[in-house]
Ligand binder design. Structure first.
Ligand SMILES: [Zn+2]
Ligand SMILES: [Zn+2]
Length: 242
C-alpha cells in the first residue's frame, strides 16, 4: 500500500519516501515531512516566551500574557499551540480539513505530544476531548479533524480520549469567516454536554486552529458548568492577533 500510495509531506504535499520514523511512535514506517520542509518548519514552531494563558508566542519576556489575554477573560484555564499562524501551516491545515488529507492529523498529534509532553503530564488531564463538529459537517467531511489529532495525541501520551461527552448542537458559521466580535456570539451555546462528566476533573480539549479562543471558551463553559474543574486546550497553530 505504501508503494502504491506514497505518503505526502504534511507541509508541501510532495511524496515522501518510506523510512523509519524515529519519534515517540516507533511503529511508524514513514516520514511526515520531506527533507526540505523539515528545515523549513524549524522556525514555525512556537518558542518561549509564550503567553501563560493561550500559549501564543510573546515578542518580549516582560509580560506573562499576550495583549489579547490581558484584555479578555477566558473561561478555559490554559492552552498551548505547536505552530505559529504561518502560511505554510495554514495551507497544511486547510488540506487536512478540506482536501481529505486526514493522515496529517497523526503528524499534528505526535508533534503536540513531542513538544509539550512534560507540560501536559504536569496538568494531569483525565481525558482528551476533541472539539466536536456538527453532524451535518461530519456527514460532508467524513471525519472530525480534531478527533484524528486527538487520537494520535492519546495514543502517544497514553491519555484516554472520550468523544461522547461533548456535542456541537448548533450548526455554526466557520469562525474564519467572521469578525472578532461576532465569533463569540456565533459559538455561544453551540455545545452541549451529553453525559455525566463529573468523573473528569481535568480535561484537555484538542482543536486545529486557535484564533480568538471563542470556541474553546464555549466548550469550557459547558464543561465547567457540568462540574469539570480544569479545562486546558492544545491546538496545531495559533494566530497573532487574528
Ligand atoms: Zn515538504
Ligand atoms: Zn494569550
Amino acid at each position: 500500500m505504501e508503494l502504491l500510495y506514497p505518503r505526502k509531506c504534511v507541509f508541501c504535499n510532495e511524496a515522501v519516501p518510506m523510512k523509519s520514523y524515529k519519534g515517540i511512535l516507533e511503529k511508524r514506517t514513514y516520514d511526515f515531512l520531506c527533507e526540505k520542509c523539515k528545515e523549513k518548519i524549524k522556525d514555525k514552531y512556537i518558542e518561549e516566551p509564550y503567553c501563560f494563558k493561550c500559549g501564543k508566542q510573546l515578542d518580549d519576556e516582560t509580560g506573562e500574557y499576550c495583549d489579547d489575554c490581558r484584555k479578555m477573560h477566558h473561561t478555559y484555564d490554559r492552552g498551548l499551540a505547536v505552530f505559529k499562524y504561518h502560511d505554510d501551516v495554514k495551507e497544511s491545515v486547510y488540506r487536512f480539513k478540506y482536501k481529505d488529507c486526514k493522515i496529517y492529523g497523526e503528524f499534528y498529534g505526535v508533534q503536540m505530544a513531542e513538544k509539550y509532553k512534560p507540560i501536559i503530564e504536569k496538568w494531569q488531564p483525565d481525558v482528551i476531548i476533541p472539539v466536536p463538529i456538527h453532524k451535518s459537517r461530519m456527514r460532508k467531511r467524513g471525519y472530525n479533524q480534531a478527533q484524528i489529532i486527538g487520537k494520535a495525541l492519546s495514543e502517544t501520551l497514553k491519555i484516554p480520549m472520550d468523544i461522547n461527552v461533548l456535542v456541537r448542537e448548533k450548526k455554526t458559521e466557520p469562525q474564519k469567516k467572521l469578525s472578532k466580535s461576532i465569533r463569540k456570539k456565533n459559538v455561544e451555546s453551540a455545545f452541549k454536554v451529553t453525559k455525566n462528566v463529573v468523573k473528569y476533573n481535568k480535561i484537555i480539549l484538542v482543536d486545529d486552529i486557535y484564533t480568538t479562543g471563542a470556541t474553546i471558551d464555549a466548550c469550557a463553559q459547558v464543561l465547567k458548568r457540568a462540574g469539570v474543574k480544569k479545562v486546558y486546550f492544545i491546538s496545531i497553530c495559533i494566530g497573532a492577533g487574528v
